[in-house]
Every structure is written in structure tokens, then in C-alpha cells.
Design a protein around this ligand. Structure first.
Ligand code: ATP
Length: 303
């Protein structure tokens, strides 16, 4: 009986690890109930990143995409994120911003065109190696009913305690965790301690720091955090983005003023791109969006 139980128990652990390693990504993309039809090509190779300490260049080359044939979502999108730089995508709700990152992860294949990571078409590399190279900080981080330490460590389950604590420190979560009576052993999740939106995103940053991916995707939360938490998160985010190729899906323009490049997507088309300054100077859609956000009442939560 014990002999039978042990492998089953082991399989349970393995299954849990596998499931959890994709949970944030699934949650981010709302894919929990969707059938995935993407398979590795028979001669898929492992993604090679020329300089892992800088991040790869990422190119969308004439990308068209639709979830169903009747309704084109992305129309002939071309841009490059140069190695080690940060690109932000803005546009109204439903414009197709998150779809760009779903295609980069290869949750779907492009209808036409191609996506290259350091010159390699994402359809020609293994999904495992592609996803290993990408870390995400989602809007809403999945917390497992386990300890804070476990939740951070799932970025890299084999990480040592010291590495895990260093990541928590870099994400400015260490003082908070150490103030808890059970420290890193504190249960969190539905049946444990509830974390605030800012604490959850910092936990996601700590996880991603542990994973140390060459590509970072940051999906900014739609709801504003209080302005002090927001500023602290910004600082950590920019530190995390250093030496990586970063895609920020932005909802607040103030977040992305310093991005190397800003893309404005409207109805699936890339209508403007440039830096914050150049886009303001050209007086187009981005400049109008900026003016609108300036005049909006500040949705700041009071803590
Ligand atoms: P938001 O700022 O609100 O997050 P977005 O710009 O990220 O929006 P996407 O999530 O990329 O927008 O969605 C673009 C369009 O594709 C939307 O009209 C959406 O309804 C549609 N869409 C998204 N996912 C699917 C899906 N799985 N099946 C069919 N249509 C979808």
C-alpha cells in the first residue's frame, strides 16, 4: 500500500508544481477554461538568447490575428523591442494590447506575419523554452493556499531560502513578512492572510526576480493603488526591467513616461509609436490621451 501511495503522492506533487508554474500566466490570459491547440513543431529547437544578461530583441513582423475569422483583432502590426529595452503598449479597452502578449507567449499562433525572438520564429522553438524565458507580473497574482515563502519560491522552486529572501528584499516585501508572527511560514491565500493589491504585485515581482527571465511582461493593474504604493511599485518595476527586454501593458500613462518606446494601438492597428516626448510633440492620439488623464480626477485610494 505504501509502495503504491508513494509514487501517487509524488505524482501529485509534480502535478501541483506543473499546474502552478503556469497558473499566473493562465490567469493573466483568462485561459483557465480554454482548450490550447498549440503544439511544438516536430523539429522545434530550444530558444537561444544571445545575451541573457541583456534580454533578446523581439520583433512583430506584419502580424495579423483574429480569435475567430469574422473579427480581425490585430491588423498588420510591426514593431521591434530592441534587446534590453522597455516598450509600453497603450490604447483603449479591447484595442488588442493583451493579445500582443498572448501571441508572444504563443498561446495562439498569428494568422499571418511572424514573431521573432532574437531572430527565432516563436513557432520554431519549444514552448517550454519560450515560456521559460518569459516572466510575467500579472494584474492579479494567483496566491496558493500555502505559506508566503512557498508562494514566492514558486518562481523557482529549487531556490534556496537565502535566494528567496533576497528576492523578497529586492521587492521590498521583507520587512512586511518579517513583521508577521510566523514570518515566511505564514499561510496566505483564501484560507490564510489576505494580501493587499500592492503586496500581491510585490510578491509577483519577487517571484519574477527569482525566475530571472530574459523577457518581462508587466500587465498593469487597471485599478489604481494608493499613490505611495504605486510609486514604490514603479521603482521596483523599473529595477526589474533593467537588463531585460520588457513589454508593459499600461493603463495609466504616468507609469510609462520613461519607456524607451510607446506603442499606441487602436482597433487592432498600430497608429503611433515613439517616446513620451515625441508623441506629445506630435499632438496625436497619445497627446489627447495624456491631456485626458491629466484632467481626470485622481482615483487615489486613501489608506
Ligand atoms: P483591456 O485594456 O480591456 O485589457 P486589451 O486592449 O488588452 O483590453 P485584448 O484583451 O487584447 O484587449 O482583446 C482584444 C479584443 O479581442 C477584444 O475585443 C476582446 O473581446 C477580444 N478577445 C479577447 N480574448 C478573446 C477570446 N479568447 N476569444 C474571442 N475574442 C477575444
Amino acid at each position: 500500500m505504501i509502495q503504491l501511495y508513494m509514487p501517487l503522492n509524488f505524482l501529485g506533487v509534480v502535478y501541483r508544481e506543473l499546474k502552478q508554474s503556469t497558473a499566473d500566466i493562465d490567469r493573466m490570459f483568462g485561459l483557465l477554461n480554454e482548450q490550447q491547440e498549440i503544439n511544438d513543431s516536430p523539429n522545434a529547437s530550444t530558444l537561444v538568447i544571445d545575451d541573457p544578461n541583456r534580454g533578446p530583441s523581439i520583433t512583430f513582423d506584419k502580424v495579423c490575428f483574429s480569435y475567430d475569422k469574422q473579427r480581425p483583432i490585430l491588423k498588420d502590426i510591426s514593431f521591434t523591442i530592441p534587446a534590453g529595452t522597455t516598450t509600453a503598449v497603450v490604447g483603449r479597452s479591447g484595442a488588442g494590447k493583451s493579445t500582443l502578449s498572448r501571441l508572444l507567449f504563443r498561446f495562439y499562433d498569428v494568422s499571418s506575419g511572424r514573431i521573432l525572438v532574437d531572430g527565432q520564429d516563436v513557432r520554431q522553438v519549444t514552448q517550454a523554452s519560450l515560456r521559460q524565458a518569459i516572466g510575467i507580473v500579472p494584474q492579479d497574482t494567483v496566491l496558493f493556499n500555502d505559506t508566503v515563502g512557498y508562494n514566492i519560491r514558486y518562481g523557482r522552486p529549487e531556490a534556496t531560502d537565502a535566494d528567496m529572501k533576497a528576492a523578497a528584499k529586492a521587492a521590498q516585501l521583507d520587512a512586511f513578512i518579517e513583521s508577521l508572527p510566523q514570518g515566511y511560514e505564514t499561510p496566505v491565500g483564501e484560507r490564510g492572510l489576505k494580501l493587499s493589491g500592492g503586496e500581491k504585485q510585490r510578491l509577483a515581482i519577487a517571484r519574477t526576480l527569482l525566475k530571472n527571465p530574459a523577457i518581462l511582461v508587466f500587465d498593469e493593474a487597471t485599478s489604481a493603488l494608493d499613490s505611495r504604493t504605486e510609486r514604490a511599485l514603479q521603482t521596483e518595476l523599473w529595477k526589474l526591467a533593467r537588463n531585460r527586454s520588457t513589454l508593459i501593458i499600461a493603463h495609466r500613462l504616468s507609469t510609462i513616461v520613461h519607456a524607451d518606446q510607446i506603442l499606441v494601438i487602436d482597433h487592432g492597428e498600430l497608429i503611433e509609436h515613439g517616446t513620451h516626448e515625441s508623441l506629445l510633440a506630435s499632438g496625436g492620439t497619445y497627446a489627447q490621451m495624456w491631456q485626458m488623464q491629466l484632467s481626470e480626477p485622481d482615483h487615489v485610494e486613501i489608506n
